[in-house]
Design a protein around this ligand. Structure first.
Ligand SMILES: [Zn+2]
Length: 821
C-alpha cells in the first residue's frame, strides 16, 4: 500500500478508526441516524484498515445499492477462508465427512455465526449497532482474541434500500410529530415488512443473495436475526420461544435455541440491564422468517426483539404504563420505566451479540458436533422412510409446467437436493415416468423440504393464535402434484441443479391458435399478444388467438414456458373478442399496503402494465374514461376510506380516499368498469356498492375465541362453478377444485344477480388451522356481481399471497385481463 493511499484511508475512517470519528457522532446517539452510505462507508473503511475485517458485496439490492457481508475473524483465519468454507460445507453434509476429516475439523475449524441486522427498516438500532460491534471485535483484545475460534459473519443491513427510506423520512420530519412514522410507503420497494416472510419462496433480490450465501457458501452453525418490536412492553425478548414447536425441529436444536437465548440474558444481567424476557409471543411453529428457515437447515436460528423508540428519538414511559409480566423465571428483572433511547437498544443488542460470540468461541467443538449430529439424524430419519421421498411427476401430470419446475427450484435454492429420474420407476406400488423429480428425505436439510411439502396440522396452545401463518404447503399453494412415498425404493436418478420446463410448441397448422389457458405463462402470453394488438377471443373453455404476430409470440412463449398451443385453420368463432390490453389501475393507499406491493410485484413479473392510483387520483373522478379495471388490495374498509389520521401522518398522505373517492369508484363500476377486490377490500365494495352479498365472517376472524370461527394463514380447498350460468372468464382454465390461501379472510353468501364462482366444500381445511371450519361449507370464496353496466369481482381469499400462490395467480390474471366482456 502506498503512503498516499494509507493517508487517504486514515482520513476516511478517522485517526482511531472509531465509528464516531467517521460519522461525527456515536452510533445510537439521540436523533442521529447513519444512512446506508455512511454505514457501508464506515465498514468498508474498517475492512481496509483492519486485518480482522473483510467486506464483500454479495450483489445489488432491489433498488441497486450494494448489499454487504462482513467477515470478521482472526488474520490467520482470513488467510484461509476458502478452506474454512469447505469445512463448513462438509459439516453441513456429513455424507462428505470421513472420521479423519471430522477429527481434523474438530481441531482446526472455527465456529461460524451470522448476525443479521435491520431486516425491518424501522427497527433501525441494529443498523447503527453493527458498526460498533465490528469495531469492537476488531480492536478490543478480549473479543479479538476469540476470533481464532469464531468467524463472525455480519450483514449490516438486510435491506439497505429501506434503511435509506427510513433515515430520509426521519431526517425530514425530525422534531415534528411525524418523526417516528408511520411512513406512507413501504420500506422495501415491493414487500415492506414481508421481506421477512420470503425465506422459503425466495422471490426478492435480498432474500436470494442471503439464501445463496447461507446454503451454498457459508453454512453457519448459528444465525441471529436482530429485531425490534412495540415500545411499551419488555425491553428485550430473547429465546426460549413459546409453543408450539414445529414437528420438524430436532429437540437438540430447540434446546440449543434456549441455551443461546439464556446465555444472552445472563450477559445482559451481568451488565446490569433489566427488562429482558423469555417466552414472549414468538413461537417455534412458523416457517418462512429469517430466524425460522435456518432451523430447517440444522442451524440454531434465533432472534431478539428490542422495545422501540420513535426511530432516533427517545421515548418516556411512566413506570405504571409499562406492559410487562410480573417478576418470574422468564422475567427476573422488570424494567423500572423512564426514558428509553436508541442508545439503550444499541447497548442491549451489543451485549447480546458479544455474548453470542463468546458462546461460540467457548462451545466451538460442541457446535461442530451438534451440527454434524443434526445432519446425520436428518439423513437417517429420511432413509428409514415415512416419508422416504416426495415425487413430482412431470407434465402432463402437472397442469402448469412452470409451477412444477418453480417448486423444485425453490427447494434447490434452499439447499435441498432434487433429483430427476433417468428411467421409469416404481414407488409405493405406483409407476412414475422418466423425468419425475424426486426429493429424497435422506438428506441433511430434510426438515426444510419436508416442512414445505407436507400439510401442516397446527394445534393451538392455550388458545393462542400462531405468531404468523399456520400453513404453507407448497404443492397446495402452487397447484403442483407431489406424491409422498413412504417405503424405500431404488431408481436411476440424476442430480438436478436448476430445472426448466421442456419446451412447449405449436401443434397443427393454420393461423388460428387455441390456448387452453391452464398455465400462468399463458396469461403472460395473452398480455404480450394484446399489447401487440393481436385478437384474443374467449370461446367456450379456450382462448382463440389471431393476428399477424400471433404465431411468433406464441412460439417463443410456448418454448420458453413449456405450454402447448394448437394451431388450426381460420374459421368463424363465437365469443367476446379483445384487441388491446385492458387499462388496468392498482390502488396504492398511503397506509404502506404490503398486499399492494405484492400485487404490483406480481403484475411486473407477468408483464401486466398498470397505473398506480393514489387517493387524489380517485377523488378527481372520471375513472371510467381512463381505466377498464381497478384493483383494490386487501384492506379494511376504514383504512381505504379514512386512511391514516393527519395527527399521525403529514396532511398530503392523510384521510384515505374519503367518500368522494368511494363514490368515484362506484361511478366507475356503474359506467362499465371492472372492480377487483382482494379479500378485505371486498367488504368495502359490498357496502359502498350495495352488493347482494354478505360476508358471513365479517367481524369474526380477529382471534381464536372459543365460540368463533377462526383461521389464520391456512390453505382451504374450493370447488369452482356451482353458481349456474355460463362459466365465468375469471375461472377460465382453472381445475374444478383447487386450493386457496385464507388468512382471516372472507366467506360470502350471495343472491342474484351476483353469483358464486368458487364455493367451499365440507371440511375444506387442507393445511394450517381452522376453528369451526364447518362454517365455510357452501359459502362462496369468489364472487362476480354485475353492477350497472360494470361488475365487481370479490376475492374472499388471497390469490397472490406473498408471491407464493402460483395455483391461484391465474384467477387474478383472468380477473384483470378477461373479466370485462
Ligand atoms: Zn422485525
Amino acid at each position: 500500500m502506498t503512503g498516499l493511499l494509507l493517508v487517504a484511508l486514515l482520513q476516511a475512517v478517522g485517526p482511531s478508526g472509531r465509528p464516531a470519528d467517521y460519522l461525527g457522532f456515536e452510533p445510537g446517539a439521540d436523533s442521529l441516524l447513519a444512512d446506508w452510505k455512511q454505514v457501508s462507508g464506515y465498514l468498508n473503511g474498517l475492512a481496509q484498515r483492519s486485518p480482522y475485517v473483510r467486506a464483500d458485496t454479495l450483489g445489488r439490492t432491489t433498488e441497486g445499492r450494494p448489499f454487504l457481508l462482513l467477515t470478521i475473524t482472526s488474520p490467520a483465519n482470513q488467510a484461509r477462508l476458502a478452506a474454512i468454507k469447505r469445512g463448513q460445507a462438509q459439516l453441513a453434509d456429513p455424507r462428505l465427512l470421513t472420521e479423519a476429516t471430522l477429527a481434523e475439523l474438530r481441531t482446526t475449524q472455527p465456529a461460524v455465526i451470522l448476525i443479521s441486522n435491520n431486516i425491518h427498516s424501522t427497527e433501525v438500532a441494529s443498523s447503527q449497532m453493527g458498526m460498533t460491534l465490528a469495531y469492537r471485535l476488531a480492536t478490543d483484545p478480549t473479543l479479538s482474541r476469540l476470533l481464532d475460534s469464531v468467524v463472525v459473519l455480519m450483514i449490516p443491513s438486510m435491506n439497505p434500500d429501506g434503511l435509506d427510506t427510513v433515515v430520509s423520512w426521519y431526517r425530514r420530519h425530525k422534531g415534528t410529530r411525524y418523526e417516528g412514522g408511520p411512513l406512507p410507503w413501504l420500506y422495501h420497494k415491493y414487500v415492506g415488512h414481508d421481506n421477512n416472510r420470503d425465506w422459503f419462496m425466495v422471490t426478492q433480490a435480498e432474500t436470494r443473495l442471503v439464501t445463496r450465501m447461507l446454503y451454498t457458501e457459508w453454512f453457519p452453525e448459528i444465525v441471529y436475526d436482530v429485531h425490534q418490536m412495540g415500545a411499551s412492553g419488555v425491553r428485550l425478548f430473547v429465546p426460549p420461544f413459546i409453543d408450539p414447536v414445529n414437528p420438524n425441529l430436532d429437540p437438540a436444536l430447540v434446546a440449543a435455541m434456549n441455551l443461546v437465548g439464556t446465555a444472552m440474558a445472563s450477559a445482559l444481567y451481568d451488565a446490569g440491564l433489566t427488562g429482558v424476557a423469555h417466552q414472549e409471543r414468538y413461537d417455534l411453529w412458523w416457517h418462512g422468517g429469517f430466524r425460522s428457515t435456518p432451523t430447517r437447515h440444522n442451524m440454531v436460528g434465533i432472534l431478539s426483539e428490542a422495545a422501540s423508540t420513535r426511530l432516533g428519538s427517545p421515548i418516556t414511559i411512566a413506570p405504571d404504563s409499562v406492559r410487562q409480566p410480573a417478576r418470574g423465571v422468564n422475567y427476573p428483572a422488570p424494567w423500572p420505566g423512564g426514558t428509553w433511547r436508541l442508545g439503550d437498544i444499541v447497548r442491549y443488542e451489543l451485549v447480546a451479540s458479544e455474548a453470542l460470540v463468546r458462546l461460540a468461541a467457548r462451545d466451538r467443538v460442541t457446535l461442530i458436533d451438534r451440527f454434524v449430529g443434526l445432519g446425520r439424524r436428518a439423513i437417517e430419519a429420511g432413509l428409514a422412510g415415512n416419508p422416504f421421498a416426495y415425487l413430482l411427476p412431470p407434465p402432463p401430470e402437472q397442469r402448469d409446467p412452470e409451477a412444477w419446475t418453480g417448486l423444485a427450484n425453490v427447494l434447490i435454492a434452499g439447499g435441498v437436493e432434487v433429483w430427476r429420474a433417468a428411467a421409469p420407476l416404481t414407488a409405493d406400488g405406483r409407476t412414475y415416468p422418466a423425468g419425475t423429480l424426486v426429493v429424497p428425505m435422506g438428506q441433511p436439510f430434510r426438515a426444510h423440504a419436508k416442512d414445505l411439502l407436507e400439510p401442516q396440522r397446527y394445534t393451538p396452545v392455550a388458545d393462542r393464535p400462531p405468531y404468523d401463518v399456520a400453513g404453507w404447503t407448497l404443492p397446495f399453494t402452487m397447484g403442483v402434484r407431489a406424491d409422498v412415498v413412504n417405503t424405500p425404493f431404488t431408481a436411476n436418478l440424476v442430480r438436478a441443479d436448476s430445472i426448466v420446463p421442456a419446451p412447449g410448441r405449436i401443434e397443427g397448422s393454420g393461423e388460428m391458435f387455441i390456448l387452453r389457458n391452464r398455465t400462468n405463462a399463458e396469461s403472460r402470453a395473452v398480455v404480450e399478444l394484446l399489447a401487440a394488438g393481436q385478437s384474443v377471443t374467449l370461446a367456450g373453455d379456450s382462448l382463440i388467438v389471431r393476428g399477424p404476430r400471433a404465431r411468433s409470440i406464441l412460439a417463443e412463449r410456448a418454448a420458453r414456458h413449456g405450454f402447448g398451443v394448437t394451431a388450426t385453420r381460420a374459421a368463424a368463432v363465437r365469443g367476446s373478442t379483445r384487441q388491446r390490453l385492458p387499462r388496468i389501475a392498482l390502488y396504492q393507499p398511503w397506509t404502506a399496503s404490503i398486499d399492494e406491493g405484492w400485487t404490483r410485484w406480481l403484475f411486473e413479473q407477468y408483464g401486466i402494465t398498470h397505473t398506480t392510483l393514489h387517493d387524489s387520483d380517485l377523488k378527481k373522478g372520471g375513472l371510467r374514461q381512463r381505466f377498464d379495471v381497478i384493483v383494490l388490495p386487501d384492506a379494511e374498509t376504514a383504512a381505504l376510506v379514512r386512511g391514516v389520521d393527519s395527527s399521525r401522518i403529514p396532511l398530503q398522505y392523510a384521510g384515505g380516499m374519503g367518500d368522494v373517492g368511494a363514490a368515484a369508484i362506484s361511478e366507475f363500476v356503474r359506467g362499465g368498469g371492472t372492480l377487483v377486490c382482494l379479500d378485505g377490500s371486498s367488504n368495502f365494495a359490498i357496502s359502498r356498492l350495495n352488493l347482494p352479498v354478505v360476508n358471513v365472517l365479517a367481524g369474526e376472524a380477529s382471534g381464536p375465541q372459543v365460540s368463533r370461527f377462526y383461521a389464520p394463514g391456512s390453505i382451504f380447498g374450493v370447488i369452482l362453478g356451482g353458481g349456474g350460468g355460463p362459466r365465468s372468464p375469471v375461472t377460465l382454465g382453472l381445475p374444478e377444485s383447487l386450493q386457496v390461501y385464507f388468512d382471516n379472510s372472507a366467506a360470502f353468501t350471495v343472491s342474484g344477480p351476483a353469483r358464486a364462482l368458487a364455493t367451499y366444500p365440507a371440511e375444506p381445511l387442507r393445511s394450517g388451522y381452522a376453528r369451526f371450519q364447518e362454517r365455510l361449507e357452501g359459502k362462496a370464496a369468489l364472487v362476480e356481481a354485475p353492477v350497472g353496466s360494470g361488475r365487481v369481482i370479490l376475492f374472499g381469499f388471497r390469490p397472490q399471497f406473498r408471491g407464493q400462490t402460483h395455483g391461484t395467480f391465474k384467477l387474478l390474471f383472468n380477473a384483470v385481463l378477461l373479466a370485462a366482456p
